[in-house]
Each structure stands twice: as C-alpha cells, then as structure tokens.
Ligand binder design. Sequence first.
Ligand code: HPA
Length: 268
Amino acid sequence: MLNQILETAAFIRTKTAQFEPEAGIILGTGLGDFADNIEVHCAIDYKEIPHFPVSTVEGHKGRLIFGTVSGRKVVAMQGRFHYYEGYTMQQVTFPVRVLKQLGIKYLFVSNASGGINTTFRTGDLMVITDHINLMPNPLVGPNIAELGPRFPDMHNCYDKALRAKATAIAEREGIKLQYGVYVGGTGPTFETQAEYLYFKAIGGDAAGMSTVPEVIVARHMSLPVFGVSVITNCGLSDEVGDHEDVQRQGKKAGVKMAKLFMEMLKEL
Ligand code: HPA
C-alpha cells in the first residue's frame, strides 16, 4: 500500500505544481457546497487519480479541489468513500493517506448524521468530541511502520485545542454549537429505534456511516483532527430517515459549517 500512496501523491503533484496544502477537508453528504468558498487552484476528478476508488453515491461529486480559503492553502475532498458502497476499509481511507503525503498538517472532517441526543434539533452543528467505532477497524492487517505505530493512541482523537478554537469562534460569530460523541456504523440502513436507543445507552449523541475510519487513519499518522456533524434528522423522533432529506438539511446547515471552517482556517 505504501507504494500506491507514494505513486498517487507523485501523480497529484504533477497536476498541482508547487501547491502545498496545509489542511485537508472532507466534505460530507450535502456539504459539498463548501467548495464554493474555495479560490480554486486546480481540481482533479477521482476517476483520473491512480489507485483512487470512484464514488457511487448521489450527492457526492468525487473530486479533489486544491485552492485557498481564508488565505490558507487547502485540499478538499468533494465526496468521500463509504464502507457501505462495498469498498474495503483500506480503500475508504486511502485518500487520507495520500493527503498526508501531500503535506497537510490538519484534517477537517464533516458529515451528515442522525441526532440521538434528544436536546439536538435538525440543522444543528455538533462538534465531534469523540467517537465509538462500530465498523471494521481500517488498521486491521500488517502495520506500515513508516506511516504510524501498531497500536495508535486514541486520546485527544478530536483535537482539544481545535475544539476550543471552534467554541471561541462560534461565540464570537453567533453560531450555535452542540458537542457530542459520534457513533460510526456500517449503514446503509438507518438505525432501528432499538439501535438508536442502544447508541444512546453506550454514550452516543449522533449516528452516522462515515468519518470514523478516516479519523482513525489520520490519528495513526498523528494528524490533528477537527470534526463536525450536521444533524440532518433526529433518530428518536417519529420522522423517517431519507437520503434526500439528509442532503437538503446538509445544504441548509452547511452554510453555518462553512462559516465555522473558514474562521478556523484563518486562525490555524
Ligand atoms: N443514521 C446513520 N447515518 C445517518 C443518519 C442516521 O440517522 N442521518 C444521516 N446519516
């Protein structure tokens, strides 16, 4: 895998010239519009990138965008890979390995998720304080020592200093934030009522089908992570989960998330 990561990074460098991104940003379902805030240097479709899987889900465009936001050089993934699409966990997390190789110093992740905490409302932004992994671990298999340790520590998985920065910015800018634990399941089914209750009982505040694998791999490589969930539905209410609704709510709340990300990038 290491060779593939290096080959892919080398290919991307031939397209981006001297552009060195400082932060990587993963845009979740319905959150791809954040890319409108990027002063684009260049964009590369996933399908052109060697060893990259190709995204299959509606609402995920599937390209890497290199450019500047708030004066900061970034690379954004417009569209991510999910385990439920049938990819291996190594494929799901491969882009994060490549972004690290390209020089990013921070990883910002976003997703759409179902609220389990009953004080959350649709459209809320939740800063991820921690996660519970209910998917296969992407680090199962031979460890690549050049990338990170066999037994990576998962304390401070979602960087405390970045979270404190988010709190200060949100207070200043009048953005309402929730905080909580993200539970990552495989999907593609939304949870049953019993499963939402189970997630709540084990300490979860929001349920989703992404993010955890990418964050584990980022932490394996000691990349500081900042994560935000957009609460697109409330699992323990009577409303029915629906992908179009998730996309619609993501788009609405995405404006707030964009503001938060842009201010944070300014202050890195
Ligand atoms: N469960 C899992 N994933 C999700 C949900 C949910 O309720 N909403 C958006 N993504």
